[in-house]
Design a protein around this ligand. Sequence first.
Ligand code: MLC
Ligand code: AMP
Length: 511
Amino acid sequence: MNHNLYMQFYPHFERHPDKVLIDTPEGDQYRYSDVLARSRRFASVLKALGVSPGDRVVVQVDKSPQALMLYLAALQVGAAWLPLNTAYTESEIEYFLNDAEPRLYICRPDDLEQARGLAERCGVAHVESLGVASDGTLMDKSEAGSEEPQIAEVGRDDLASILYTSGTTGRSKGAMLTHGNLAANSQALVETWQFTEQDHLLHALPIFHTHGLFVACNVTLTVGGSMTLMPRLDVEQLLDLMPRATVLMGVPTFYTRLLASPRLDRERTANMRLFISGSAPLLAETHHDFFERTGHAILERYGMTETNMNTSNPYDGERRPGTVGMALPGSEVRITDRDTGKPLPDGETGLVEVRGPNVFKGYWRMPDKTREEFRDDGFFITGDLGLIDEKGYLNIVGRDKDLVISGGYNVYPKEIEQWIDALPEVSESAVIGVQHPDLGEGVTAAVVLRDNARLDEAQVLEALKDKLARYKQPGRVFFIESLPRNVMGKVQKNVLRERYADTYQQTAAHH
Ligand code: MLC
Ligand code: AMP
């Protein structure tokens, strides 16, 4: 049997070729047959470039229908799809190319020159480009090529994708996701959220993360549904499109920004079946406000790049604000003691651990790191802290891992601290996340200068500009005499978080 994830989508292409699968706010429409034809053309180009099953294809392109067709082509040929955040800078990309050793690197048309240089330095054989105006070298080659109908035969444990997650050590780790992981998870979500081919999804998330790529697209493709692909979150556009959609998936910032628009009301959301939130904690207050305004109870779920989705509030039962619901069908969740690793009874707070067909097979070329994060019985230690409440719902109460989540994007403080510490004027630094009304958490730095050294906030920010993607750069930089430490010498980030708690309180939700 062929376990290629694409086999889960393919029957719909045969069944209703004339149905529109993707449309855009500009009014472009792509039928199932159009998507099939183009993805097959892309597949033939990939094959011609020597991309074989298991080969990595690194992709840093702007969101477009063509980018999704390319994703399907990669599945068809059995390549490992490796998308990169479009905000990554050259030095960030260089790391991924060296680490992943892709056969092919696909960039934006404007980046082609720079990409060729990078590829040469990193020993990548081929570079192509793909743009949002149906342009780029890949598009040109696919015009000239043929439609490749073959679907690569793969096993359940074969690699479908690598998604990099920021590492605690500052080094990004590639999470290896298999065809079996992705297929099982999208089936579990279809069942839990009662998706059908009647569903039309509003897609405003980036497609380089598990949320916008696998949760949103794989679920839609699994049922043979349709979606409107928006380049980014634009709340007014979202509200314009809502009357002809049925589902929205977003990070909490989507919902706080929607609430900031007076146009959000019952009438505008009347055709909607379901609003889903994830990737960061949704405030109970947001849930209540949204319910009051629209009559819809936002359904919150919990996931992670390494594990896909783990838990969800129920579709039919009570959707409890401030909780992330129960384990998805086929998956297990338990809470364990932070020190002993022993399972804890309901009501007690500990590490959230998960097991199931959704859980990844390990970090790319990091067997030690992989071993550290799995228990002997196969449970994966998420690094989140939680408890199971009296009704059996998982509550995420914090993080054991030193992670900041800003607008649904993960930022590991270590990576930013390393760049700040590298400045000659700096003695040491600590980066924390503090409450931010729009983004959930705002990246914030506390910096200790060397004796007699002088440096101001603007200079620190300037120094980080080319090094780090925009969303990782601190919103504010504060200078302090010394970092607070406990008796063990460990920096007390909680003390810093308290000290700077009000930093962004004046930053009202905009847009
Ligand atoms: C944009 N900026 C951010 C930011 N997004 N800064 C910090 N954190 C962010 N998340 C910067 C921009 O570069 C810009 O800088 C300035 O902030 C204002 O931008 P904006 O116009 O307000 O941003 P916008 O484009 O509207 O983006 C905000 C957002 C976006 C929340 C819509 O960040 C987003 O789509 N987030 C979704 C992330 C996501 O998909 N996460 C899923 C991960 S998977 P300047 O200086 O240029 O003005 C996962 C697992 C799971 O976590 O469970 O799903
Ligand atoms: P990522 O590594 O980008 O996949 O982010 C995964 C992390 O996002 C999880 O480990 C959680 O810390 C966080 N997360 C995802 N969904 C939720 C949620 N609904 N509530 C709280 N935290 C969440």
